[in-house]
Design a protein around this ligand. Sequence first.
Ligand SMILES: [Zn+2]
Length: 145
Amino acid sequence: MDEQKPVTCVMTYRGVNGFPKGIYEGTKRDVLVTGNIISPESEGGFNTVPVDVARRVYQEGKPMVGDFMQRIDEVIVYFGARGSIASLEAVEALPEPVQQNIKMVACDCGYQMKKQKARDLGASITWSECGGDRTLGRIVENLLR
Ligand SMILES: [Zn+2]
């Protein structure tokens, strides 16, 4: 195992298709996935995620992110509909150097607001379906190649 490989941290309060919470070893970099699959069934039939639920998911992911912080050089963060406030908070809680390389994956609910957030964060946006799990899954697959 090469300890020096950089790590991409994927932060989402939803899930990443094919990649449950954990660390994945790639050829050139490793990928840390910190989200949980929250199905509509598990959260009272709502297809959007309440902010407090999103906050809880990020809170639970924090120790993992801390463990790999020294190697994290980019962060991919999902911005959905209601939960995006928690995404922004989670990003703002990251150390300054890590905040320099944020990539947003966002559904187009609240399109203008998200474009503004991307400008504020100096982040690029990859537009995705609501939930972002399939798009994130493809991104992680590519990163591990
Ligand atoms: Zn959406």
